[in-house]
Every structure is written in structure tokens, then in C-alpha cells.
Design a protein around this ligand. Sequence first.
Ligand code: SF4
Length: 334
Amino acid sequence: MSVTSIDSFSAAPAAFYQPGTVRHDWTREEIRALFALPFPELLFQAQTVHRINFDPLQVQISTLLSIKTGGCPEDCAYCPQSSAYETELKASKLMDVEAVLAEARAAKAAGASRFCMGAAWRSPKDRDLEKVCEMVEGVKALGMESCVTLGMLTPPQAERLKDSGLDYYNHNLDTSPEFYGDIISTRTYQDRLDTLETVREAGINVCCGGIVGMGEGAEDRVGMIHALATLPSHPESVPINMLVQVEGTPLAGGAALDAIEFVRTIAVARITMPESMVRLSAGREDMTDETQALCLLAGANSIFYGPKLLTTPNPAQDRDMRLLEKLGMAPMPL
Ligand code: SF4
């Protein structure tokens, strides 16, 4: 496990980039220097970049539904859906298309512009993929953007999803290449990069980010952002998750990550991937309004909305709306 402390990085003025310029050649040194900036300076730079590309008062709202829960053969150490761990999660089979579309209609009525569907698979079977494609078509017919996360894909499966009208495919890198083996043993970092390339080649937008607070070191957060920001194309959507510890998973009981470190990770993602939507994802339930407000100031401009994030709790919708209202912010229009 990497134990580098952020204090050991020297803070250098980030004079090596033009705010808002899209680059794919970020070095680890540059990203380390961003993490080490004094907090007010880091937030100012993140805000500057954010305002070049986005309306700082708007937040894109996505809703995420678990369409097939639990029983997953992968062993991601943070995940209650893995069949490798004893958790209280109840597994269920793939939902019916109509039941999923009823949830999508409710999400739209509550203000969501994107409907994301997650299935706990290593990779989808072709017959299940057909059902998912029907769901995507139904979501599109509602005038919403669609996103799915189904595990690894073959090129024909990615093509089939593209033909159904899919807008986004989520597949996270999770953490740095060095720390990855401490978290997952059943698929490699390269497997993930290959799926991302398959999705890109099919012409589908990419949603790809990671999780912090898993016991990684500061250098692993640098490595995670470096891996994302040096992809051949930046993901259109970059979810940054704070680990939600679930009893029964190997990561339960670990030390929580300091909230300021989380905000720094959001800010560095914003600066290095200036045109991407940076999504404040899992872990919001346990964050104060003040921490969430700092994340939005640091350049996060997308949140998941709804009572559950796949299988872990998410703030109640009215709490989210009250927070946006308090901050003078509003959902991004459809
Ligand atoms: S994160 Fe996804 S792939 Fe990993 S165990 Fe959970 S459901 Fe399976």
C-alpha cells in the first residue's frame, strides 16, 4: 500500500499550463504539483478552468438504477455486489424493461436529464444485452440521455449498444495502476483500458473515473488522475467517488479520507480534464452540505440524484434540491 503523504510533495505554482487547455500529456510531476498547491490557490485555478467551459451555476443531474443486483463474479474489494463477500445485499435478476422505464419516467419527473443503468456482471450475455438495448431505446424515447455500466464489452456488443442509441458507457479505472492489484484481482487494469477503447471505437461517450478513500496513498490519487487525464480522449464524464464502506466487504472499517483531500481530487480532475463533466458520485450521503459545496466550487458539475446509488444510500432528493437552492445553483436543463 502506498503511504506517501501529500505533505511530502512540494507546492509549486502551476505555471505550466494554460487554464482550460485540453492536454493529454500531463506528467505525474505536474499533477503532484497541482495537488500540493495551497488550497485557496488550487480552488481558484479549478474555478478559473471551470468557468471557461461551463456555467458555474448549473449542475447536471443523473439518476442511477441497479437493473441487476449482486451475484457478481468479480472481487472488487469495495463492492457489496461481489459474490466473494458476505454482505446483507439481496441479489436480484435482471429487471423487466417496463419496470426500468417506469423508474426512468419518475427520474425525469424529478429533474434528471440522464438515466444510468448498472448491472453487476463481469460482462453481459448477448441475450441480456438485447433487453438492455430495449431499455436504452425506451429511455431515449423519453428524451433523456442514457448510460449503462455492464462490465467488459466485446466490439460487437459495443456496436449493438451504439445502434440502440446509447449515449454513455461507464467503466471506471478505479485507482492508480500501482494500487489496483490491492483492490481487484479478477480483471486487470489493461482489461479496463481495453474496454474503454472498445467503447470509444464504437462511438459511445465514455464515463470513467475512480474511487478514493480505499486506503490508497496520496501518490495513488495522483496516479489515478494521471491515468484518466492521459487517456487518448478524456472521458466526457469523470465520476469521483468517495468510498462508501459496506459491512462484509474487505474495505469496511478502514480510515476515512479527509474531506479536504477529496475536494483536492475533484479540483485536480477539473483542471486536468477541463471539458469533462466531473461528477460528485458515491459518498455524498455522508458528506456535509459544506463539503459538497466545496466540491461544486472545485469544479464538480454533475451529481447522482435519487435515494440509492446502485446499492448504497444517496442523499434524499429534497436535500439535494435544498442545497442547490441555498447555493443559488440549478439543475442543468435537459
Ligand atoms: S464493482 Fe462491478 S464488477 Fe466489481 S464486484 Fe461490483 S458489480 Fe462486480
